[in-house]
Write a protein that binds this ligand. Structure first.
Ligand SMILES: C[S@@+](CC[C@H](N)C(=O)[O-])C[C@H]1O[C@@H](n2cnc3c(N)ncnc32)[C@H](O)[C@@H]1O
Length: 289
């Protein structure tokens, strides 16, 4: 039997819906990818055409229930522990010592892993902090991880990972922080409890603020320029003066004049940006925690 594939008209309607809901910009070259991802959902719902599925999405009474499945189906959730080794070297050898010095009075650190997928980035963060912060138990650590896919958030909360997720991390840390049975690696509760996961669509404002660090890696590339601008405004607002933004291995900001012109952050190298104003804020007493 021939597999159902979106025709161009169906693709355009659904891609427009994806864009309106998520900001994800799907070029026509993604027609096979989108067909493959939605076909499974059609089967589960016993629908026989993409048009029937589109009608369901447009039906306000039924859409709410379908939306979480739809968002999970259309997003790419690739991630793993210690993704981009050089970033984690920077994090451990430069960011942590700097924040220890800066926060030695309040001993409070706040980090947001935006578009966290199944939690590997946020959990790598707390693992490094647990390893490197002197007198760890005296620190107040808050790590929030958010994503638009409820499916990956549910997986993240479980703290169970497959071989692929842990394949690029230091072996000693894998042995220390996971309980492994066959190909299942369960992260120890001591680290799991340091991260809280929540649904958040980067199209929307983020209710929390005063982060010392925001990770925004491997997600901007799915967005067009207006959406990138919106997201950058959101994360910039969420940072404290002196707070850092870390973008992904492919840095989509450096060579886009429109984004560079709008960016209210200073480039520090290696895909790291800093929100200016630390000195002014410190003098004015505005930096707390
Ligand atoms: C490739 S993963 C990146 C995960 C992790 N940051 C990393 O670099 O390993 C991209 C994630 O962005 C999420 N995402 C896509 N559009 C989003 C949006 N509008 N709001 C929030 N998350 C979104 C996807 O669900 C997916 O989990």
């Amino acid at each position: 039997m021939e597999l159902l594939k979106l025709n161009l008209t169906e693709f355009r309607k659904i891609a427009k819906f994806v864009y309106e809901r998520t900001g994800i910009d799907l070029p026509e070259s993604k027609v096979t990818l989108l067909s493959n991802r939605l076909r499974k959902r059609l089967r589960e719902l016993k629908l026989d055409s993409f048009d029937a599925y589109y009608a369901l999405l447009c039906d306000t009474a039924r859409c709410e229930e379908e939306l979480p499945h739809f968002l999970s189906a259309v997003t790419t959730n690739e991630t793993y522990f210690f993704r981009n080794e050089s970033l984690w070297k920077f994090f451990r050898s430069e960011w942590i010592p700097e924040i220890v010095e800066r926060k030695k009075a309040s001993k409070m650190i706040r980090i947001w892993s935006a578009a966290s997928s199944s939690g590997e980035e946020a959990y790598t963060t707390v693992m490094c902090l647990r390893e490197d912060l002197p007198n760890f138990s005296t620190w107040n650590i808050r790590v929030i991880a958010s994503d638009i896919s409820q499916r990956v958030l549910d997986r993240a909360k479980l703290g169970e990972f497959n071989d692929y997720s842990v394949s690029k991390m230091p072996e000693a840390l894998r042995k220390k922080w996971f309980v492994t049975t066959g190909d299942k690696h369960v992260l120890k509760g001591e680290l799991r409890k340091l991260v809280s996961f929540r649904f958040h669509n980067l199209r929307d404002p983020f209710p929390d603020a005063n982060f010392d660090l925001v990770f925004l890696r491997n997600v901007l590339m799915y967005f067009d320029t207006p959406m990138k601008l919106k997201v950058l405004e959101t994360v910039t607002r969420a940072l404290v003066p002196g707070g850092k933004l870390i973008v992904g291995d492919v840095n989509p900001l450096r060579n886009t004049p429109e984004l560079n012109a709008a960016l209210e952050l200073d480039y520090c190298g290696s895909n790291v940006y800093e929100k200016p104003g630390l000195k002014t804020a410190a003098v004015g007493g505005a930096v707390k925690g």
